[in-house]
Design a protein around this ligand. Structure first.
Ligand SMILES: [Zn+2]
Length: 236
């Protein structure tokens, strides 16, 4: 087990969807929140949920048994498929935890790395961009009557700056599990809802990976590419 710290940057390629109509969507679809000063940020749970979903999909594709949320009774340590593979807990639960197992990683919120013009601090209305939407009938593929609504978005740029959010992931993992976590992080290309409308496209950059040296009491940078390659080597 290694104590590690990953520094990440998330840049918006398109506007990010916040909430509405009526802000009734579940929290998990809320890609952006606004802090007490009116600045948008990406909640830890939003990015974390995406990384977890990508890791589940990736491992399933490669034939590694993983349990199936959200039913707690079919999740580790109760999942038959995982147990019969000789593991007590699948890799996803080992990293992210679940109702019974503590998580090995902590995600921070992602805050704006450069604050746009202070003038809009506190004036949430300016930061938001209202985008009209039309309800499409899923079966007929036509616009539904009376279904014109407004989507609340954060635009991809404020004061002509692309929005860049910074945050960290910390924890204790084996190098192999860390490699898989990095692989899943690099697959995340969208946050929040309304992907089909072109909203929520992001670029994630791994800015730094550091390991804690317990003897010297210092953090040491290490190339994340090597950790990723080592994990993937066992697949081939
Ligand atoms: Zn599991």
């Amino acid at each position: 087990m290694q104590r590690f710290l990953l520094k990440l940057k998330i840049q918006t390629e398109t506007a990010l969807f916040i909430g509405g109509p009526g802000r009734t969507l579940p929290l998990v679809d809320r890609s952006i929140e606004v802090d007490e000063f009116g600045f948008p940020y990406i909640p830890a749970s939003s990015f974390r949920g995406r990384v977890r979903a990508h890791l589940e999909r990736l491992l399933k594709t490669l034939g590694e048994p993983v349990c199936t949320p959200p039913r707690p009774e079919s999740m580790c340590p109760h999942n038959e498929e995982v147990i019969s593979s000789g593991q007590a807990v699948c890799r996803v639960c080992r990293i992210f935890g679940n109702a019974w197992i503590p998580s090995s990683v902590v995600f921070s919120n992602f805050k704006l790395s450069e604050l746009p013009n202070k003038s809009f601090a506190g004036s949430l209305g300016k930061a938001l961009w209202l985008r009209p939407g039309v309800g499409i009938d899923r079966y007929l593929g036509t616009a539904e009557e009376q279904k014109l609504f407004t989507l609340e978005c954060v635009p991809s740029q404020l004061d002509r700056q692309i929005l860049a959010f910074q945050g960290v992931i910390e924890g204790w993992l084996s190098k192999e599990d860390l490699g898989w976590l990095i692989g899943a992080i690099r697959m995340v290309s969208h946050l929040g809802g309304h992907k089909a409308r072109g909203l929520g496209r992001i670029t994630v950059t791994l800015e730094d990976l550091m390991f804690w040296d317990e003897q010297k009491k210092t953090w040491n940078s290490s190339p994340w590419q090597e950790i990723l390659e080592e994990a993937l080597q066992n697949v081939r």
